[in-house]
Ligand binder design. Structure first.
Ligand code: PFF
Length: 453
């Protein structure tokens, strides 16, 4: 076993694992998705429901993924095969591998946008107008493909380095920089005129805005943002040592993810109102706040430009650098799922596996680069439906096939006084009944809406 353990790799330090898992969780979903969803769903009331989804459904499922991963020390397909019986369990893992590849196909294009926008203000303020205009073209297939490929190459180069030398080292470097840039930028935006109006909208809940649509958006966002439902955290858990406390680590990861999303909102929502103050339109024809790509790729760059000179370069570059780094720590974990599957199940060396899967993702991402209207379709199928479906199958499998008592045995490793833990006492009921019931409800309604009900 120890031979196999060494070959698969391990996290070097406890903090390294938490940062890597938090790096997976903190991504475009936090810095772009969360503020966008808050803007789209009427502000602070969304935040409350989102926090509830993360704690009631997200955290228990995350603990389940880590437990299955560490217990089996396998990729998702191998893990479900090892713990279950028959042909169905490995399909749960295979679904995760498919979701990973398909989410990467569009995530890489958006990550490529954030990467290209790093250069916009720099080129503009230096007077290279056509270069500045080129990097912001989101409808140009060749430009999109170029930056998506660059991003895929960066991801492959880290994955090739392995668990501790590649993934752990990269995320340990990037996460503190990311948090520092975010805090400094949010603090700066707070000092600008107009920001208090945004702050009010962000922090004061209007309970009349809570409806089913809001709850479903919050649940989808929680799955995507916490990276659960497709075995990414199961895979990260498979590199965990027995002396690490899974419950504690999962709690840190969930809190870090929620905290950074909240911070990103503190930057982006007030920044929109600062932009409005500077004469930029932030309310669409439908009377709602701009959201989605308009917010991040139109309103904010407009705000940076209006500041002019060095400040525009510093803020514009820092913001998109922040988004790119957050995206990179997530693409690493998305790619690691299919790569670990190819390594474990098909006995392919890591380097070759990374290039093989990375090459496939490249082909798909180039396709999406030329047809960006596919992004929302892919997002709905593989995120809104795919991840909750994966989370549902995982919880049902754990509770009814592997059994929570075996999972609890796994969770007790590294836990100092497990018998005193309130979390461990309630967790079985959460993964067995509450989480699957809530996920199923959201899934059925999402599907009903999708099919035009
Ligand atoms: N959590 C990432 C984000 O918020 O952008 C996206 C993600 C990463 C989803 C890894 C799923 C996953 F397995």
């Amino acid at each position: 076993m120890s031979d196999q353990t060494n070959q698969r790799g391990n996290w070097n330090t406890k903090l390294g694992f938490v940062l890597a898992a938090a790096g997976s969780a903190v991504g475009l979903g936090n810095i772009w998705g969360f503020p966008t969803q808050v803007a789209d769903n009427g502000g602070a009331s969304f935040i409350l429901i989102y926090v509830a989804c993360c704690l009631i459904v997200g955290l228990p499922v995350m603990v389940a993924e880590f437990a299955i991963g560490r217990n089996t020390r396998r990729n998702p397909v191998g893990a479900f095969r090892k713990l279950g019986k028959g042909w169905f369990p490995p399909l749960i893992g295979l679904w995760g591998v498919l979701c990973g590849i398909m989410i990467l196909s569009f995530y890489m294009v958006i990550a490529g946008w954030t990467f290209s926008f790093i250069f916009e203000q720099l080129f503009a303020q230096l007077g290279f107008m056509s270069a500045s205009e080129w990097v912001t073209r989101m409808d140009s297939g060749p430009k999109n493909a170029f930056f998506a490929i660059l991003f895929i190459l960066a991801t492959i180069s880290i994955i090739v380095g392995g668990v501790s030398n590649g993934i752990e080292r990269a995320t340990k470097t990037m996460m503190p920089i990311l948090i520092a840039v975010l805090v400094i930028m949010a603090a700066y935006v707070m000092t600008l005129e107009g920001s208090t109006k945004g702050l009010r909208m962000y922090l004061l809940p209007d309970f009349s805005l809570i409806n089913t649509r809001l709850v479903f958006s919050a649940m989808g966002q929680a799955f995507f943002s916490l990276s659960i439902g497709m075995g990414a955290l199961l895979t990260y858990g498979s590199y965990l040592r027995k002396n690490q406390n899974i419950v504690e680590s999962a709690t840190y990861v969930t809190l870090a993810d929620m905290g950074i999303a909240f911070l990103a909102g503190l930057l982006v929502i007030p920044a929109m109102f600062v932009a409005e103050n500077a004469g930029i339109t932030i309310i669409g024809d439908d009377g709602r706040l701009y959201s989605s790509s308009t917010l991040v790729f139109d309103v904010l760059p407009g705000l940076f430009s209006s500041m002019g000179g060095l400040l525009a370069i510093v803020l514009g570059t820092a913001f998109f650098l922040l988004l790119s780094m957050a995206a990179l720590t997530s693409t690493i974990s998305l790619l690691e799922v299919p790569v670990s599957y190819v390594i474990d199940e098909h006995r392919v060396p890591r380097k070759k596996a990374a290039w093989l899967v990375g090459g496939l993702v490249m082909v798909l991402a180039v396709g999406v680069s030329f047809r960006t209207n596919m992004i929302s379709f892919l997002y709905v199928i593989f995120n809104n439906v795919g991840l909750p479906l994966g989370g549902l199958m995982l919880s049902i499998f754990l509770a009814w096939s592997w059994k929570t008592r075996n999972a609890l045995d796994e969770l007790r490793h590294g836990f100092k006084n497990p018998e005193k833990s309130l979390f461990l006492r309630f967790w079985p009921a959460f993964v067995t009944y509450l989480s699957p019931a809530l996920i199923a409800l959201v899934l059925i309604t999402t599907l009903y809406n999708l099919l035009g009900g």
